[in-house]
Every structure is written in structure tokens, then in C-alpha cells.
Design a protein around this ligand. Structure first.
Ligand code: ZN
Length: 323
């Protein structure tokens, strides 16, 4: 029985239950801490906010949340532990780096002038998965990779290769960030060519692209795809995300699709107030949109409970190593 690292210890893959494969708790972009007007980070406030935001999802049966926060955009292991304990849900944390554009590549770029950073990042990932993150004793349960829009930079390529090698070594799955659903096939090819197991790869943010041919070109690599930005109308219309999802389910891909929302309730930095006109574009963005709106819409369209269960329970379990 494959074991999955959660922030409170390991569980077997069949204990994961209903899983959201790509969410966040606290999240901050590079440099937020340089903003003198940003409220200072307060872990207890963050914990209260996250627990409050997750309660309703818990009531819908959520058992496992994968916190996709890479180590360079605000990952807080202690916060994850507190939220997991208070809610009684599994939280799986990530090792991994964000995109070159929005992550923290400075240190690695500097070292890359002399050293092989693919080898160094591989060591970091394996260390965080097998021995734990810092001195927290918490082991990472997924590897997060990320690439920018329409291009995989040479820095990102090095990081993706490190992730693939760490996947091969540890068996831990890879979840990815694609920008607006671009570079999915290229991510899959790069990871697989470097030794990653396609059955342990989920190409993320694919719902930012409604081109069915594009989806099929990723699916034919044998990887999972994630519709994990449901509710973010501001980036791409939910209607198109749903239409595309229903199309793929209609031709038999329920066993390759994961659903999530890429939601975070606690933002590091100055408050990010949306203009009044833009507010409806995030009205559904929450931890419960999948349960409250998407699943009922799928059922209305004739998608069976079995298929919903496949996406919410079986696919995450299989991604984590149990067939
Ligand atoms: Zn995310």
C-alpha cells in the first residue's frame, strides 16, 4: 500500500478520500515582504482565516487538500499543520519552485554560473520528501513544477528536470502550473523524457484552455490533467471550462481528470481590492465551488455519481500511487 506524506505524518493512499488537488492556504508573491504598507504576516490570523474558509468544504466531505504552494511563494509548514489539526483533514504539502517570472530564481541563477543546479535542486526535493522540510519534521508529498506563458525558459527546464528525477527516485507525484493552459504537452514530454512516470504526473491549469485538440494532445502522454482553476472567471470563463470538461467526460476521460479551484483565502501583502465591475468575475472562487456548483452542473448534464467519484477520489488515490 503506497504511503502518502501529509503534514501530520504518512497515510495510505486509500485514506485520502475526497481530494482537492491544487489549492493554497497563505500565498504571497516575491517581494511582498518589501512592501512597508503590507500587514505583517500573522500565522494565527492566517490559520483562523483558512479554517473558516475550509469549514464548508469539510461539510461537503473534503478529506484531503493538496497545498500547491511552492517553497518560493509563501509556503508555511507550521500553518499547514495547524489547519490540518483543527479541521481533521489531510494536508499534503509541496516541494518545488514557481515560475522564473514570479518565483525566486535569483539564488539558483547565480549558482548556475558555476554549478549544475538541476543536481542541486534534485537534492533539495529528495531531501524535503525523504527527510523533511527544514527542521519541521514534515515531509513533502508532491512536487510542484511551473512554467510561464507559451515558453519553458532554460531556468524552468532545469527545475523541471530536477523534479522528474526526484519523482523517479521517490515515487512522489508531480503537479504542475501551466500559464493559461500553455506548454502542457511540452511539460509532459520534458518530465517523461527525464524519467518521471506519466501515471504520477498531473498537468495543471489545463482548464485555462478550451481547445479539445490541445487537451487530447496532453492526455495522449498518459498523464492526468487538472481542471483546477474552476471559478476564476477573471482568467478564463467558467462556462468554457465547464463545456470543455463535459466534452472530455463525454468521450471517456473521467479517469484522467482532477478538479480543484486554486483558491487561497489569505493573501500576503497589501489587500488586493478588485474594482466593483470585476467582482462578479471572482464571485464563485472558493474552496466549495466544485462541490456547490460544478458537480451539480455535471450531474445536470448527465455525468454519473460514479464518474464524479472517479475524479474526486479514485484519480487522486491513483496519482499518489495506488492503482
Ligand atoms: Zn496554484
Amino acid at each position: 500500500m503506497p504511503k502518502v506524506n501529509t503534514v501530520l505524518g504518512s497515510v495510505s493512499a486509500d485514506e485520502l478520500g475526497v481530494t482537492l488537488i491544487h489549492e493554497h492556504l497563505a500565498l504571497g508573491y516575491l517581494g511582498w515582504e518589501c512592501d512597508a504598507m503590507a500587514p505583517p504576516y500573522d500565522r494565527e490570523t492566517a490559520a483562523t482565516t483558512c479554517v473558516e474558509a475550509l469549514k464548508e468544504a469539510n461539510a461537503y466531505g473534503l478529506k484531503t487538500l493538496v497545498d500547491a504552494t511552492a517553497s518560493d511563494i509563501g509556503r508555511d509548514i507550521e500553518l499547514q499543520k495547524i489547519v490540518s489539526e483543527r479541521l481533521g483533514i489531510n494536508i499534503v504539502c509541496a516541494t518545488g519552485m514557481y515560475t522564473e517570472r514570479y518565483g525566486k530564481p535569483g539564488y539558483l541563477k547565480f549558482r548556475s554560473q558555476v554549478y549544475d543546479i538541476t543536481a542541486e535542486v534534485y537534492e533539495t526535493y529528495v531531501k524535503e520528501i525523504t527527510q523533511g522540510i527544514g527542521n519541521t519534521g514534515v515531509k513533502a508529498g508532491v512536487i510542484k513544477v511551473a512554467t510561464g506563458h507559451g515558453k519553458i525558459t532554460s531556468y524552468e527546464e532545469k527545475i523541471l528536470k530536477a523534479a522528474a528525477r526526484a519523482q523517479k527516485e521517490t515515487g512522489v507525484p508531480i503537479i504542475s502550473h501551466t500559464e493559461a493552459g500553455t506548454m502542457g504537452p511540452e511539460q509532459a514530454d520534458l518530465l517523461i523524457s527525464e524519467g518521471a512516470d506519466p501515471r504520477r504526473i498531473a498537468i495543471g491549469h489545463m482548464c485555462g484552455n478550451a481547445n479539445l485538440q490541445y487537451h487530447l494532445s496532453v492526455l495522449e502522454k498518459g498523464v492526468y490533467i487538472a481542471f483546477d482553476r474552476l471559478g476564476i472567471d477573471m482568467l478564463f470563463p467558467d462556462k468554457l471550462r465547464k463545456a470543455c470538461l463535459m466534452g472530455l467526460l463525454g468521450i471517456g476521460y473521467a479517469d484522467k481528470i482532477l478538479l480543484s479551484q486554486d483558491y487561497w483565502p489569505y493573501w500576503l501583502g497589501r489587500p488586493f481590492e478588485l474594482p466593483e465591475l470585476a467582482k462578479p468575475l471572482l464571485a464563485n472562487w472558493s474552496y466549495v465551488h466544485v462541490f456547490k456548483n460544478i458537480i451539480p452542473a455535471l450531474k445536470e448534464a448527465g455525468v454519473t455519481d460514479d464518474k464524479v467519484n472517479t475524479m474526486m477520489v479514485d484519480n487522486p488515490r491513483r496519482l499518489f500511487g495506488e492503482e
